[in-house]
Write a protein that binds this ligand. Structure first.
Ligand code: C5P
Length: 194
């Protein structure tokens, strides 16, 4: 069976948690596409060359989850040639046999416009910054400023900006527990699977 679940939304909205839970529940493969951009941003040298030569070792680096790596990712993610170099890998993954969940910013709009399920997972900037702050610590106001700066860059770039696909279903996790958010998402997928 070929079945793609596209999960888009801003940083720390809960996309990754929901995507991993859906993959587990339905036995689908999961790709965190943000990791591709983080790996490109973390590599020294020309980002376009880095995107064209991305290797499994690049994706296994243990420093890709930091706030700094997220900011660097969103800078290189605005370069059209970087995005173009990563399209085929993501599309092949999405159409693999057995079902796939991809989370990112442009999965439902650009990478998989024909995805069987499209979710747009969001939450207020304050709630998202608070969640991120619980993980990384430091100054919460600074974390909020970084979250807003990344939103701004991701939503306003010319190529594949972050926005909900017209046919996506919105899940606002601002006041939901993880279990509630996952249950909503799973119910949507179950309905589509029939
Ligand atoms: O999801 P994550 O926070 O790991 O993504 C890091 C950055 O990579 C995002 O802020 C965004 O700029 C970029 N990204 C993207 N398209 C995707 C996934 C991530 O532009 N599909």
């Amino acid at each position: 069976m070929i079945f793609t679940i596209a999960v888009d939304g801003p940083a720390a909205a809960g996309k990754g948690t929901i995507s991993r839970a859906l993959a587990e529940a339905f036995g689908f493969a999961h790709l965190d596409t943000g990791l591709l951009y983080r790996a490109v941003g973390a590599k020294a040298g020309d980002p376009v060359a880095a995107a064209r030569s991305l290797s499994p070792e690049d994706l296994a680096r243990d420093d890709l989850r930091s706030m700094a790596a997220g900011q660097a990712a969103s800078v290189v993610a605005a370069i059209p040639e970087v995005r173009a170099a990563l399209v085929a890998f993501q599309q092949d993954f999405a159409r693999r046999e057995g079902g796939a969940v991809l989370d990112g910013r442009d999965i439902g709009t650009v990478i998989c416009p024909g995805a069987e399920v499209k979710l747009f997972v969001t939450a207020s900037a304050e709630v998202r910054a608070h969640r991120r702050w619980l993980e990384v610590g430091g100054d919460e106001a600074q974390v909020l400023a970084e979250v807003k700066a990344r939103d701004e860059r991701d939503m306003n770039r010319a190529d594949a900006p972050l926005k909900p696909a017209a046919d996506s279903i919105l899940i606002d996790t601002s006041t939901l527990s993880i279990d509630e958010a996952v249950a909503q998402a799973a119910a949507i997928v179950r309905r589509r699977l029939g």
